[in-house]
Ligand binder design. Structure first.
Ligand code: FUC
Length: 830
């Protein structure tokens, strides 16, 4: 083994020597080597300096462990995460005294005593000391290097095509290189240190953590950090974890003292690092973390860096390579990433939009893997003991947004952790439904954590929102729509059904119209003005109505797909007919609440009532033109600039409003350094709420996909919202509902080549903004017979606006049908 390591080290040294002589001939090394024009730097984030702070460090991860690489030449820091290191321990937050107060709040809302309802909710229905547990960091791996002198030729990158980070620099005439990756498969964090002269690698390794920890060296010369998650809000810290580090060097020495490892005069050194916890599931923390971490480390240690890297890269690329986007490239792309972010809103750096799109896919692959926890507010990367909003799961938008790109950008397997969490929540939410609401089924509020809590957190003003079960179930149904996987639907149907049962029992009859409404609830985190009071609690918020309408519809359709439960489905249809219709208010807007309370100067970050447009698939420009126009008015009133995730949502919404230029304007608002009044993008391309929140990254990736392809409302709409800036381009591998995979190339806004891969067969109905003269296509007529394209049958809206003719203004489009067989590929050249 050592021989092999030496050989590899020699090869590396030769390669480095060749590399450095080439480097010497190049004046402007970084520009040339990393220019995207030759393709080599297309998927690289790169910089001419180390990270000065966390938001400049570069993220690596494999769904289980994560690392932020800072890249300082003399003092390297890798901040480490493991997805199951959380504060507290198994618990739930169900409020067993809540029910009578919920009933009282319901009565007050029905009597329109809103301020009183709010007061009662605030005093009686808030959390009882526990607002969920924080996701915590494991600690840091520090490498300190003894060299003094001035660092030259500094270069740092993250290659998202290969999930690998690199740091290079010259010091005292030696060219150094550091490589980092998080192994998919072997589950270790890997570092390789090399130099172009022998014997030049010397450094000291230390592990540190702000959590309660101890550090020691064990018999096998392994550096061991043993730690424990924090006690938080009365919950004892029950997570135990271990970080293990072992070095394999060629040449020189590698000596351990009591709390560090010192490498001296090595030719090459490879660092293996594993992290494991005692977490088994939300109610079981009985695993042996040390044993787990040792097994992982020892197994990985039998393999060389390159061997682990090539296996890991192969796995990673099996996801990443599924979608290719090309929007073109220009000279703006020659700059380092931090400079490109600063310039993006002025220079139409098309390739940066492409990089940002792919970065969202990279981040999902690295933070959500089958068997891992779902991506939380920070994905898997959090450098604090108590990150922003505890770095947990906010399920009134943020967690859902994390998974918006997964189906459409062909990463559906990565939703498995979300689906598993929904299964858990359907269990922990059952007593919540029963005890708090006297209902069957399952329910939870606007947050959860690794322990799958389901009670109200952060105060009733924001937290008394019980409709997240419906939104989560939408992801289950959508997975079926994309995949046609009946086995999956059969497995999850009981969870969808139980959520619907919750609403059958919990919906309240609203006195004025007799509509069935969710009460009490809120339009997420927003408030209306009642006299002098700001009030959030309400009955029949538009988003709730849409969510329940969607849930009932999906449950009815799921039962039909599975050919089961007809009686139940019929009863749901009856309840669904009693839900409130959408209402167009006095300003021509879609009302956010049951009463017409919207304000035209309201720029709140949440756009909850627009759920029906996206991701709800309920509002069609073709069959609901009034609603479509009202949504547009609401969005215009809300404005563009906001927090990171809010802008990302608006990209999707403007795409659904078929306005590519406005969607692109939002991309420009998002890909820019943060300012005093808005979110934006950090130098490491992380989305800024601010602070860092990963949802905006995922939301923007999804928004770009929605601009290029949509597959709801009865057809696959190709290039529905193409901005002027992207008049030429191509994309391959985007998914459309019904199991269609689409590749297309366009020039001057017109599709010139289209490839449809049909995995399930059936009618493929296309909508395009151009005529396509292909014998393969016939002009479409009637309803799309493909059952994955059924359109939701909505109630007619109530229009209060004076403008009774409010309607959508649409550009002409053409609709074609093409019959496909399962497994067939159809190519259309135009
Ligand atoms: C919701 C949002 C905030 C933030 C938090 C994590 O509370 O309203 O803006 O995104 O989640």
């Amino acid at each position: 083994m050592i021989g092999l390591v030496n050989k590899i080290a020699c090869l590396c040294t030769v390669a480095l020597l060749i590399f450095s002589s080439v480097q010497a001939q190049q004046k402007n090394y970084t520009d040339k080597k990393n220019s995207v024009s030759d393709g080599s730097g297309r998927y690289k984030l790169w910089y001419n300096q180390p990270a000065k702070n966390w938001n400049e460090a570069l993220p690596l991860g494999n769904g289980f462990i994560g690392g932020m690489v800072f890249g300082d030449a003399k003092n390297e820091r890798i901040q480490l995460n493991e997805s199951t290191i959380w504060g507290g321990g198994p618990n739930n937050t169900i409020d067993s005294n809540a029910r009578p107060y919920i009933n009282q709040v319901r009565r007050l809302l029905a009597e329109k005593k809103y301020a009183e309802a709010q007061e009662l909710a605030n005093s009686k229905l808030g959390p009882k000391g526990n607002s969920g547990m924080p996701y915590q960091l494991a600690g840091n791996l520090y490498l300190s290097f003894p060299e003094t002198g001035t660092v030259g030729n500094y270069y740092r990158d993250l290659d998202i095509a290969n999930a690998k980070a690199t740091v290079k620099y010259t010091l005292n005439g030696v060219n150094y290189k550091r490589e980092f990756f998080t192994s998919f498969g072997a589950n270790v964090f890997m570092v390789r240190l090399t130099a172009d002269k022998p014997g030049m690698i010397s450094c000291k390794l230390k592990l540190q953590s702000p959590l309660k920890t101890s550090v020691a060296i064990n018999d096998e010369k392994i550096l061991v950090l043993s730690g424990q998650g924090s006690e938080h809000e009365g919950q004892k810290g029950q997570i135990k974890f271990n970080v293990l580090t072992r070095v394999k060097n060629s040449g020189g020495t590698n000596v351990a003292d009591t709390s560090s490892i010192t490498i001296a005069n090595a030719d090459t050194a490879v660092i293996y690092l594993s992290i494991a916890t005692n977490f088994i599931n939300y109610h079981d923390v009985s695993a042996n973390s040390m044993l787990r971490a040792k097994n992982i480390l020892n197994k990985a240690y039998q393999h060389d860096f390159d061997e682990l890297l090539s296996k890991s890269t192969r796995y990673y690329r099996s996801y990443f390579d599924r979608v290719k986007l090309d929007l073109g490239i220009d000279s703006a792309a020659k700059q380092p990433t931090d400079i490109r972010i600063q310039n993006f809103s002025n220079n139409n750096d098309k390739q940066l939009a492409e990089l940002y799109f792919q970065y969202g896919r990279y981040l999902l692959i690295c933070s959500s893997q089958p068997g891992s926890q779902p991506a939380n507010l920070q994905g898997i990367w959090n450098g604090e003991l108590k990150g922003p909003w505890d770095s947990k799961y906010t399920i009134n938008i943020n967690t859902e947004m994390n998974y918006w790109p997964s189906e459409v950008t062909q990463l559906a397997e990565l939703s498995t952790p979300l689906f598993n969490m929904i299964s858990d929540l359907s269990v922990t939410g059952t007593p919540t439904a029963k005890i708090m609401y006297g209902a069957r089924g399952w329910a939870l509020h606007h947050n959860t954590d690794i322990w799958r809590i389901t009670g109200v957190v952060d105060g009733a003003f924001w937290g008394l929102w019980p409709t997240s079960n419906a939104w989560l179930c939408q992801h289950l149904w959508e997975h079926y729509l994309y995949s046609g996987d009946k086995k999956f639907l059969r497995q999850y149907y009981p969870i969808i059904k139980a959520a619907a049962e919750y609403y059958i029992d919990a919906l309240q009859k609203e006195p004025e119209h007799g509509w069935l409404v969710v009460s009490p609830s809120i339009s997420p985190e927003h408030e209306y003005i009642d006299g002098k009071n700001q009030v959030s609690v309400t009955a029949g918020a538009t988003m709730d109505n849409q969510l329940v309408y969607g849930l009932f519809t999906d449950a009815i359709r799921a039962a039909a797909e599975l050919n089961i439960d007809k009686v139940f489905a019929d009863s749901l249809a009856m309840y669904r007919s009693q839900l409130p219709p959408m209402q167009i208010g006095r300003y021509g807007q879609l009302q956010e609440w049951l009463e017409d309370l919207d304000r035209t100067d309201d720029h709140h970050r949440h756009v909850s009532h627009l759920y029906g447009l996206f991701p709800g698939n309920q509002i069609s420009p073709f069959t609901q033109p009034q609603l479509f126009a009202a949504v547009k008015n609401s969005l215009i009133y809300r404005g563009d600039v906001s927090t990171g995730w809010s802008m990302a949502w608006k990209i999707n919404l403007w795409a659904r409003l078929l306005d590519g230029n406005h969607a692109y304007k939002l991309i420009k608002d998002q890909i820019k350094p943060i300012s005093a009044n808005s979110g934006g993008t950090y130098p490491n391309l992380f989305d800024a709420h601010p602070p860092f929140q990963i949802d905006g990254n995922f939301g923007c990736t999804s928004g770009i996909a929605e601009m290029l392809l949509q597959s709801h409302d009865g057809a696959i709409y190709l290039l529905p919202a193409l901005p002027d800036e992207w008049k030429d381009g191509s994309i391959s591998g985007l998914m459309a509902r019904g199991g269609f995979k689409i590749d297309m190339k366009w020039a001057n806004h017109k599709i010139i080549k289209l490839t449809i891969h049909s995995s399930l067969g059936g009618n493929c109905r296309l909508r395009v903004n151009q005529q396509i003269g292909s014998k393969l296509l016939t002009a479409a007529s009637g309803i799309n017979k493909n059952h994955f394209y059924q359109v939701m049958d909505l109630k007619q809206p109530i229009v209060k606006s004076d403008d009774k003719n409010i309607t959508a203004k649409l550009t002409k489009s053409w609709v074609y049908d093409i019959q496909t067989r399962p497994g067939e590929t159809v190519i259309i050249n135009n």
